[in-house]
Design a protein around this ligand. Sequence first.
Ligand code: SAM
Length: 364
Amino acid sequence: MPGPDIGSPFGSGTFLLIGRNRHASLQSTAGHETRKLRDTKGRVAKKLRISVTDRCNFACLFCMPEKEKVKWIPQEEILGFDEVERITRVLASLGIEKVRVTGGEPLLRRDIEQLVRRLTSIPGIRSLDMTSNGWHLERKAEALREAGLRGVTVSLHSLKSERFAKISGVDALPRVLRGIDRALEVGLSPVKVNSVAIRGYNDDEILDLVEYARERRISIRFIEFMPLDGLGMWSYDKVVGGKEIIDKVSEKYPLRPQGRGTAETSALWKFVDGRGDLGLITPMSDPFCDDCDRVRLTADGKLLSCLFDTEYYDLRHLVRNGGTDEDLAVSILNAVWKKPEGVGHMPWIKDGWAKPRNMNAIGG
Ligand code: SAM
């Protein structure tokens, strides 16, 4: 089998692999002129999720561990904006076209709009979106729009104040809703809502959340609960599967299936009456790894080719120790080359008996 597209006018490079195989190194080989982020299954990465911080002012029970048990990334290990920009430039030169900024909570990062501006001006980056808990959105939406942010996805798991506080750890529902309204007002587009439906916690609110989204003509996405939670509360019986959601919603609001676009995370359903759409993100009941085109950069500069992978590639080490852009490119190409086949091939994830890390530390 041929290797990754490491062809380089500069000859060989090395990369750091941390995880199952600590500090393995690979030599690059001469080869193709146009290099792509291709993996052994022929998938080509085009999208990048950047976690800009592992900190969050919420403590969603399906995401964060108990606050006192969180091992925060030391501040000095978090990438600076120059470092994020540099790595993104290299990734863009290898074919990354779309970026989503996430966290932790990305709006906790001071002057985040400056990073947004810098990333949107990188040649090859066609769009930049953000996933946020909405807490700072009312205040930040306009500056983010001006800096070039395209759209925002806000996590909203309940429309009942008390329950929202119980799930997220903060009594913040009205403020988050104002943030969503402000995002719409300033013209961020698309504005979407993400909900994780968990049996026994908020599954009785699926229709309410749908109605909230329909009234505002915003897209709602239901994400199946994944075993990446910090409290260890995940079990398969708490997962509300995509099919169940569609059955429930379509009883009241008929839906027409649109399918899942190539490399999209969600299968789309349009409301027959034309009032918006609903997406299902089904990593547990119907994984969509076969055409996955995403890579992730953690706040401390690790490249992950898969949300569930246990291996990561330490780009920060290269950036801070004199690595050239070519060294970075070689590491990235190798990391993507070894992308796992998918969650369907990871019984330890599917059955919930081991997890690589908590969601806040990866960037969802
Ligand atoms: N702080 C931001 C937010 O609240 O949206 C961005 C980070 S958060 C980790 C990104 C997304 O991951 C959110 O929509 C959240 O609901 C989702 N998420 C977190 N833990 C999850 C889990 N265990 N299963 C499924 N989705 C999860």
